[in-house]
Design a protein. Structure first.
Ligand code: UD1
Ligand code: UDP
Length: 362
């Protein structure tokens, strides 16, 4: 009988990363099970991605919901332990850097179950980000580490992780982008939100931008200064809903706040935008691939390749409006730019090949 591989997903960025790996493994000699931890649970943060990206229905939803880091991570661990003890999978595959990722890695490691980490080796070198802690722990525990960019290989080498475990397989988030390019409809997305031809898209949810009322107020001020120049549409992550509203987010006529969008609607909007203002990890990569100028409201990025080989620039709340002015004056980047290595739509297939070989020999 073939070996069982369990994929752990739970939060929005996991879904576009897992979809191409699961699809590629469908043609291999493994049995797959998809588990949803329930870290994200709103229809627009979860189910819409399953529908739009053709992900299979999760066989199990742990329904863990929201809470503090310790609560969420602990609950996921508690519920996964029972599952792994019964199922005894040959491999657990985890994605990205969210709490569901590290929780699953900890449980598997303690039960002696091998772990594969998709998107290994990214580092912001800022441990005040919860994601950085999750990345460090997950990589340390993983048996197969799938890297999306050359800088990740360097980081893992510097941490003394054995190169035999590390595979440079490319970026599955980009597989999903490329597979869905034909579905992105700028005109429909604009019509749905009544946007003019010239607009920018914003997406902001990092604790460093939205949690503290002082940061939220600075962010709203910066966004309003951009809205003085151009229309902005902001599909708002639930994390910042209250703090940004309290800071007066809704008070500018050129700033359109929307609910979180489905994958196809969101990337359609991004594709037609003059610029994107973000603190999202995935969006830095998607804009690089689409050639859309990206201004990232963070002090550092764990995705430096989007700056050196992409359209991304780090900005502050103070200089955001000025930076947008510059981007709007310069216009779009021309087509035909070089993109990061192995961001070619085949990462899922490469990852599946390594996984099939691994489970066949362990
Ligand atoms: C999580 C990840 C972050 C990732 C982001 C992607 C961690 C530590 N953080 O952050 O790395 O960039 O997802 O979107 O794992 N909420 C809802 N509905 C939902 C989900 C959340 O209303 O479906 C609200 C709840 O009030 C919750 C808050 O959002 O407390 C934060 O959710 P949580 O999953 O803890 O962290 P994110 O900020 O979403
Ligand atoms: N996304 C989406 N709708 C939105 C915002 C984001 O479909 O309204 C997609 C987008 O493809 C992005 C992915 O969700 O790359 C994950 O984004 P998020 O910013 O939530 O997580 P991060 O990458 O910062 O961890």
């Amino acid at each position: 009988m073939s070996v069982q591989v369990i994929h752990i997903t739970g939060a929005r960025p996991n879904f576009p990363k897992a979809a191409p790996v699961i699809r590629a493994l469908d043609g291999c000699h493994v049995r797959q099970q998809l588990v949803h931890t329930g870290q994200h649970y709103d229809e627009r943060m979860s189910e819409v991605f399953f529908r739009q990206l053709g992900l299979p229905e999760p066989e199990l939803n742990l329904a863990v919901g929201s809470g503090s880091h310790a609560f969420q991570t602990g609950e996921i661990m508690n519920r996964l332990e029972r599952l792994f003890q019964t199922a005894r999978p040959g491999l657990v595959v985890v994605y990205g850097d969210v709490n569901s990722t590290v929780a699953a890695a900890l449980v598997a490691a303690k039960l002696g179950i091998p772990i594969a980490h998709v998107e290994a080796g990214l580092r912001s070198f800022n441990r005040s980000m919860p994601e950085e802690v999750n990345r460090l722990v997950t990589d340390r525990l993983s048996d197969l580490l799938f890297a999306t960019s050359p800088d990740a290989l360097v980081n893992l080498g510097n941490e003394g992780i054995n190169a035999d475990r590390v595979f440079f397989t490319g970026n599955p988030m980009i597989d999903t982008l490329m597979a869905n390019l034909h579905r992105f409809d700028v005109a429909a997305a604009r019509a749905q939100l009544s946007l003019p031809e010239r607009y920018v898209v914003a997406t902001l949810h990092r604790p460093s931008n939205v949690d503290n009322p002082g940061d939220a107020a600075e962010l709203v001020k910066a966004l309003h200064a951009v809205a003085d120049q151009t229309h902005i549409v902001l599909p708002l992550h639930p994390r910042g809903r209250n703090s940004l509203a309290d800071a007066g987010l809704f008070l500018h006529p050129n700033l359109r706040v929307a609910d979180p969008l489905g994958y196809v609607e969101f990337l359609s909007l991004v594709r037609g935008a003059k610029a994107v203002l973000t603190d999202s990890g995935g969006v830095q990569e998607e804009t690089t691939m689409l050639g859309i100028p990206c201004l990232t409201l963070r002090d550092e990025t764990e995705r430096p390749v989007t700056v050196t080989q992409g359209t991304n620039r780090l900005v502050t709340r103070e200089n955001l409006a000025e930076e947008v002015r510059g981007v709007l004056a310069a216009g779009h980047r021309a087509a035909g730019w070089p993109t990061p290595p192995l961001w070619d739509g085949r990462a899922g297939a490469r990852i599946a090949e390594v996984i099939e070989r691994f489970v066949g020999t362990h």
